[in-house]
Design a binder for this molecule. Structure first.
Ligand code: SF4
Length: 189
């Protein structure tokens, strides 16, 4: 009798810090258990840069701060049956979205870049310029949570979520018995 098909998953980090991917590895020895159930396609974990086939689950870390993030997120939505936003950056924009708070300026993005590269107190930029290589992806006017760009099926909250929460969510989804989070398991105090 042939083995049941393993689920295929893909992961990506957009405007995130890779902390959520590190949390994925915090599953520790249960990774072995998980790998019996899944094959990993496009992901920084495999260094596969493009989808080789359709995936059952896509896991997205980070929101969208630039044009490339949006295209990658669209690609994930097109190629994954279920899309999970993992961590506060993917769910709400997180730390990168602090720049969304610059509202008192006529040109908030320009003000943000000026402070980051030129006028900031601790900046030592000998070129006194803002990087503008054409190869750099175009920055968006603000940082967008994934749910404002595509439909997201599940969210795993936390910064970063614990390995336990990630494992329980993924194993529950793969077994078709995920019923949401237990209230006492999602605490930030
Ligand atoms: Fe990093 Fe936290 Fe954002 Fe995850 S949610 S990418 S750990 S800052």
């Amino acid at each position: 009798m042939s083995e049941p098909r393993k689920a295929r998953i893909a992961t990506v980090s957009l405007a995130g810090c890779f902390g959520c991917h590190m949390a994925l590895l915090d599953i520790d020895e249960r990774l072995v258990e998980l790998m019996k159930l899944v094959d990993v396609d496009r992901s920084p974990l495999t260094d596969i840069k493009h989808f080789t086939r359709r995936c059952d689950i896509g896991i997205v870390e980070g929101g969208c701060c630039n044009e490339e993030n949006v295209h990658v997120l669209w690609d994930f939505r097109r190629n994954c049956d279920v899309l999970i936003a993992i961590g506060q950056c993917a769910i709400m924009g997180g730390l990168p979205a602090m720049r969304n708070a610059i509202m008192h300026s006529d040109a908030p993005l320009r003000e943000c870049l000026d402070e980051a590269y030129i006028t900031g107190k601790y900046i030592r930029n000998t070129t006194h310029g803002i990087p503008n290589d054409p190869a750099l992806p175009l920055l968006l006017d603000r940082v967008y949570p994934c749910g404002e760009v595509v439909e997201i099926d599940y969210q795993i909250p936390g910064c970063a979520p614990s390995g336990d929460i990630i494992f329980n969510t993924l194993s529950g989804l793969l077994a078709g018995r995920f019923r949401g989070f237990e209230r006492d398991k999602i605490r930030f105090d």
